[in-house]
Design a binder for this molecule. Structure first.
Ligand code: BEZ
Length: 203
């Protein structure tokens, strides 16, 4: 399998964290899709009509996207896996945690592009502030949930949250997201210590 990927993308990183956790990383070859929304790479355009990464190119079927679909596909290749429960409330809980992590990334990424791709005079501060308010809302919800949200286990949802926090450190180093969020901060230390996290650190 080939993953159209960028080392900076938290969504592509989530896929690779999940692949490592499932013991599937050796079966995935990464193909660079590094570009920008205004100039997407050829590989990114070829495998996803939305010209977004990541996409998973399979030998026995059409490409899969987006990262949430790819992660569910990977769990289907690993019988007995524990990252995503098969059914019931536990499954909805994991998928909602994934959506929370992904949503933090969505807002952080569009803010990053506003800063990196738009000339200063063209930027909307109000719009960037509204996006970063979503980031803070997500972080506050994770902090308030404490162990009830993050718990002891490691699931697909935890992979999404870990990659979101890693992206904030990577692209928003000046934003002290740990301030006032001791539980989330302590949980993130456990994420960073996982081999799947160290193997996929953003660059
Ligand atoms: C970034 O450079 O921040 C980035 C790259 C790909 C996807 C998302 C973000």
């Amino acid at each position: 399998m080939k993953l159209v990927w960028s080392a900076a993308s938290p969504f592509a990183r989530k896929v690779m964290v999940v692949a490592h956790e499932l013991g599937l990383a050796d079966r995935i070859e990464t193909v660079s899709g590094t570009g920008t929304p205004v100039a997407p790479a050829e590989a990114t355009r070829r495998h996803n009509p939305l010209a977004k990464l990541p996409s998973l190119v399979r030998e026995d079927g059409p490409p899969l996207y987006d990262s949430a679909v790819i992660c569910q596909y990977l769990t289907s290749l690993a019988p007995g896996q524990t990252l995503l429960p098969e059914a019931g409330e536990a499954r909805w809980s994991v998928l909602t945690l994934e959506a929370l992590g992904d949503g933090i990334c969505d807002s952080a990424v569009v803010t990053r592009y506003e800063i990196a791709l738009r000339e200063e005079g063209m930027r909307s501060q109000a719009w960037m502030d509204s996006q970063m308010a979503k980031v803070d809302g997500g972080l506050d919800a994770l902090e308030a949930g404490g162990s009830g949200t993050l718990g002891e286990a490691f699931t697909l949802g935890h992979a999404a949250v870990g990659c979101a926090l890693g992206y904030l450190d990577f692209r928003f180093a000046e934003k002290d997201w740990r301030a006032g969020r001791p539980a989330l901060s302590a949980w993130y230390d456990t994420f960073v210590a996982r081999p799947s996290a160290s193997a996929t650190a953003p660059a």
